[in-house]
Ligand binder design. Sequence first.
Ligand code: SF4
Ligand code: MG
Length: 282
Amino acid sequence: MATLVDFRAEKPNWCPGCGDFTVLAALQKAAVNIGLEPEQMVTVSGVGCSGKISQYMGSYGFHSLHGRSLPVATAVKLANRDLTVVAAGGDGDGYGIGMGHFIHAMRRNIDITYLVMDNHIYGLTTGQTSPTSDKGSKTKTAPDGAVEEPVHPLQMALMAGCGFVAQGYSGNLKQLTELIEKGMQHRGFSLINIYSPCVTFNKVNTYDFYKSNLVNIDEDASYDKTDRFAAIRKLEEHEENVTGVLYHNPAKQAYDEVLRGYPEQAIAKNDLKITRDQWEKL
Ligand code: SF4
Ligand code: MG
């Protein structure tokens, strides 16, 4: 049985204190806790500081292009549905250039767990306004304060039909580990947006800020977690400053379940399944 050491690859070189360390640790712990072996899992990342996670995670990995972790992860899952597939990236990567893929992966309900390390800024490129930057926040590209409204990924996920919508925080490793475990065990697309502070370039959305403002809705029994409109109201009630499973509805069939038999039939029909010997003669 695999241990945490088996899921460690390169030593991370994020800035000391970066929230992404906790996300990596939570992903490694979740993989061990649900009994995965490294070869049963693929971590696909986009581009950004967070995109390095596929190199640090001791599973199979694919460091893809900016905003393209979801199409690559989709291909991996459809090629081998036995794999546990995790896509990961940042807010700029996933909710900016990758936004189209985000919406379509959710409506298709591809069986992927998507971790978004949301630090409200572009960290790798040294501190520009991102799609989730708060209105009025001052960055290199908005020295007088951002004039645009931020995107609301959790609300978008709920409206796009995502069956598992959760939010975590890098200051709570235990809860984040549990959220990732639940997300990986959910059959279908699961979104876990993670408030993961960029300690170098975002001096507003800090650990102290989240510690003072976040409400744990895992302890909130006042609404039905399978009611997505109740989940939207709960988000609005707390101005999105929540952690926990916001919505979970496992009833919807995952894409590869709907297309059961498709990959095998396609392979047989087109004779795509070649042996290593055949491949060497091509
Ligand atoms: Fe983390 Fe920000 Fe440093 Fe990037 S720049 S590694 S997001 S703290
Ligand atoms: Mg970011």
